[in-house]
Ligand binder design. Structure first.
Ligand code: ATP
Ligand code: MG
Length: 411
């Protein structure tokens, strides 16, 4: 019979890889908790409209990448990202009534119909943070710090933080108009995506990965507009304050005026963290401020800022971690005594196994030395004397002790 295989762009995360995933998850909980953030878990599917409104219907995510299906005449979508879901939950659960800032973090699978390649899957995982209720740039700095310190805690150092300010909807209008006027003469030479972005979302032109388009945007008259300081005084002050916090905290960053981010909802601060050790899919973290999203999704006016990181990309930077061996393996031909001792140790928190098939003593010992650190030998003599022989399988040292003393020898 034909074997059913894992779907293209999806992967099993196998037991051998699990130590790295546990490490990423444990560190997320540890670091984000230090900043006062609480974990939130929202559903994996939501109303399609949430993403159309929350991510933006001019984005690649909504236009091309969503897994959408109908059920009972409802259009549902597997979440392509989690900010929209967290915002929906924030509104629905009246979290604006909590004292600000409300700091939330999450982790879990996301789904995007993209061309699979190294660092790009159709089901992948993100860990992210959202901070609600603070318009001052202290929140932007706090969020960037959370990202940087999390990455540090994972032992990742060769990273660079890129920063930009997209201004507010008002100052951005003027910039968009200028950008369009200098790009217009080249419109017919742009890729089809850029041709449609030109009217719908001109900022996104700068995000295009197509070489021909990039060459056009590198032309001096277009660069002059891109590199100009277009943001209004308030936005400039906000950005300058953020930079001074980061300077004071010795967070290295560079300004990248091409950084616009794929999503529609960002205003003012946007940032990305890139690895110098990944290939072309080198962005490990993307984030920014989204002051109008809560209102756009029907909530009270609430400023917010957050980020999301791709966990598969983090995992490939962390590399392998050894799978821990079982602590103890009971070796005995008396299966009832074996299971009793095994359970005794398990109930005091020690990982312990015994041979479920009751093989010959020597075979059991062989098995123990493969999977465990200690063999707990229960022969006829030991059982009679209520003792256990504890054998350290690394050093081959062994000692016969009373049952009560077994635990203290297993370290
Ligand atoms: P990219 O430019 O790489 O497509 P993006 O702007 O679409 O990234 P975001 O929506 O900001 O990405 O998601 C945040 C992070 O999630 C990215 O920096 C990346 O690490 C990870 N990520 C996004 N899409 C994928 C994917 N298809 N497979 C694996 N990781 C992904
Ligand atoms: Mg993308």
């Amino acid at each position: 019979m034909a074997i059913i295989k894992v779907q293209k762009g999806t992967k099993d995360i196998l037991p051998a890889e699990m130590p790295v995933w546990h490490f990423m998850e444990d560190k997320a909980r540890e670091i984000f908790t230090q900043y006062g953030a609480r974990e939130i878990r929202t559903p994996i599917f939501e109303a399609t409209e949430l993403f159309a409104r929350g991510v933006g219907d001019t984005t690649d995510i909504v236009n091309k990448e969503m897994y959408t299906f109908e059920k009972s005449e409802r259009s549902l979508t597997l979440r392509p990202e989690n900010t929209a879901g967290v915002v929906r939950s924030f509104i629905e659960n009246g979290m604006h009534r909590l004292s600000a800032p409300v700091k939330l973090w999450y982790k879990g699978p996301m789904f995007r119909y993209e061309r699979p390649q190294a660092g790009r899957q159709r089901q992948f995982h993100q860990v992210g943070v959202e901070v609600f209720g603070i318009k001052q740039p202290t929140a932007d700095a706090e969020v960037i710090l959370m990202a940087v310190n999390y990455l540090k805690a994972l032992g990742l150092n060769d990273l660079s933080v890129e920063l930009n300010s997209l201004g507010c909807p008002e100052c951005r209008e003027e910039f968009k108009a200028k950008l369009k006027s200098v790009i217009k003469p080249y419109l017919s030479e742009l890729c089809p995506d850029c041709q449609s972005r030109f009217e719908k979302n001109p900022l996104r032109l700068l995000d295009c990965k197509v070489e021909e388009c990039k060459e056009i945007y590198a032309k001096p008259e277009i660069q002059a507009v891109i590199q100009s300081d277009f943001i209004c005084e308030d936005c400039a002050n906000h950005f300058n304050e953020l930079k001074s916090y980061l300077d004071a905290l010795k967070i290295n960053y560079s300004i990248n005026k091409l950084l616009v981010r794929g999503l529609d909802y960002y205003n003012r601060t946007v940032f990305e963290i890139k690895s110098n050790n990944l290939g072309s899919q080198n962005a490990v973290c993307g984030g920014g401020r989204y002051d109008s999203l809560v209102r756009n999704l029907g909530g009270e006016d609430t400023p917010a800022v957050g980020f999301a990181m791709g966990m598969e990309r983090l995992a490939s930077l962390i590399g392998n971690k050894e799978v821990e061996k079982t602590k103890a393996f009971v070796v005995s031909n008396n299966i009832l005594e074996a299971v009793k001792l095994t359970e005794e140790l398990r109930s005091s928190g020690i990982t312990c196994e015994f041979d479920l098939t009751n093989k010959k003593f020597v075979k059991q010992l062989e098995k123990a030395s493969k999977v465990a650190k200690f063999a707990l030998i229960l022969g006829e003599d030991e059982i009679k004397a209520n003792q256990v022989t504890v054998k350290n399988l690394d050093t081959s040292e062994q000692k016969t002790v009373s049952r009560e003393d077994v635990k203290s020898l297993i370290v």
